[in-house]
Design a protein around this ligand. Structure first.
Ligand SMILES: Nc1ncnc2c1ncn2[C@@H]1O[C@H](COP(=O)(O)OP(=O)(O)O)[C@@H](O)[C@H]1O
Ligand SMILES: [Mg+2]
Length: 321
């Protein structure tokens, strides 16, 4: 088995006697993109600060490519590129000089710094802002600067705390593209978000953190299957057929308003099964002398799944790994 790039084992942390992380355990394989998802206050930033060596008092162990973060902090630090949730730069510096001084601190040689800073500013569409003062940047630009800073020394593991927060849609897409590019080039990426759909099409695997506990890990498809939310079909008749009992044969049928029904299919039906239900609804309506105005299928989206999941765990039910 290959050594995981990141491994957390039984990590627990309390602040002033209050437990913020309990027994957090997960690992990430080389080249993987891992989405660390949880509602505000779940403990995401605390976890990432532990990885980055900014919090040193905790129980359990964290290793980066086999290097224990507590025992060999400098060595572990060199392997990681970290973008904190709130990036602090020296405000009076220009974009270029702020990045240059941070690259210097990370031990990147001067000529490499020069080349890489120019490349990354270009990639993030910030080349025009390179002589601007950091204090004059917008929130989104500062965010991108944080990301460039994390990428400067070409780390083995890139750790980003809510990198999509506060970015406009084109910048979000750009960032997702960069994450994918880095991953294709062999970098392992861990990024956090409080929105599950943020990681769609980017993360290979997701870990869900809730109230300091990792409740489940898996691909988005695994999680979707596990959450198992029902599919709903809304059927509106402009004139109802003589007999509507066939609706109840498809699932739980409720007449929400006269002539407007909602049929809830149990569990997660296969796509073919949904087609068949629609087909039967149309046929039976016409056969019964009715007319349809609308049929709409609502399949639960990722954010519905997430909301449902968080609610369910707040009511006591917990899932296994
Ligand atoms: N330095 C600190 N001192 C006291 N409590 C803290 C500190 N940092 C975080 N917390 C608490 O730990 C919990 C988790 O915070 P955080 O890791 O920032 O969550 P997230 O990033 O998932 O929103 C919160 O209840 C927060 O108030
Ligand atoms: Mg946070």
């Amino acid at each position: 088995m290959t050594t995981p790039v990141l491994e957390l084992k039984g990590v627990s942390k309390s602040f002033y006697g209050q437990k913020v992380l309990s027994d957090v355990t997960f690992s990430i394989s080389p080249g993987e993109v891992f989405g660390y998802i949880g509602p505000n206050g779940a403990g995401k930033s605390t976890t990432l600060k532990i990885l980055a060596g900014l919090i040193t008092q905790y129980d359990g162990s964290v290793t980066i490519a086999g290097t224990d973060v507590k025992r060999e902090p400098a060595r572990a630090h060199a392997l990681i590129g970290f973008m904190p949730q709130a990036c602090g730069f020296q405000n009076w510096r220009t974009v270029e000089s702020a990045l240059d001084s941070l690259g210097d601190l990370s031990g990147v040689p001067a000529d490499t710094r020069k080349r890489r800073i120019a490349e990354l500013l270009e990639r993030f569409k910030l080349a025009d802002a390179r002589t601007k003062k950091v204090k004059d940047l917008s929130g989104g630009m500062t965010q991108k600067l944080g990301l460039i800073q994390a990428l400067l020394h070409e780390p083995r593991l890139l750790v980003l705390d809510e990198p999509l927060e506060g970015l406009d849609p084109p910048s979000r897409q750009l960032l997702k593209d960069v994450i994918r590019e880095r991953s294709n080039a062999g970098t392992t990426v861990l990024f956090s978000s409080h929105i599950l759909s943020d990681v769609e099409n980017v993360a290979d695997r997701v870990g869900i953190l809730n109230q300091g506990q990792v409740e489940s890990t898996g691909s988005i498809r695994d999680l979707t299957r596990m959450f198992d939310l029902p599919t709903e079909i809304d059927v509106d008749f402009s004139s109802p057929p003589g007999d509507t009992s066939f609706l109840a044969a498809a699932g739980k049928a409720v007449e929400r308003k006269p002539g407007e029904w909602r049929v809830t299919l149990a569990g997660k039906p296969a796509p073919d099964a949904v087609d068949e239900v629609i087909h039967a609804l149309v046929e039976r309506t016409l056969a019964g002398g009715g007319r349809l105005r609308k049929i709409a299928v609502t399949e639960p989206g990722l954010d519905d799944l997430f909301a449902h999941y968080i609610n369910r765990s707040e009511h006591g039910a917990r899932h296994g790994q």
